[in-house]
Write a protein that binds this ligand. Structure first.
Ligand code: SF4
Length: 60
């Protein structure tokens, strides 16, 4: 099972993860990213690499 972890202390809600994720794992809620569909994650690591705040970890 894949775990998509977001460090909410680091997340500034810029929405990069929402834009780069090919399977819509993320939504923004109240200015922070939330992993609403972690089961869809393909472990492509695009969100991890592109998040400007370094707030996302994807663990297999
Ligand atoms: S690793 Fe890829 S598929 Fe998984 S949440 Fe990040 S961008 Fe989406």
């Amino acid at each position: 099972m894949v775990e998509v972890k977001i460090d909410l202390d680091k997340c500034d809600g810029d929405g990069t993860c929402v834009d780069v994720c090919p399977v819509e794992v993320f939504e923004l809620k109240e200015g922070k990213a939330v992993a609403v569909n972690p089961d869809e994650c393909l472990v492509c690591q695009a969100c991890v690499v592109q998040c400007p705040a370094g707030a996302i970890e994807v663990i297999e």
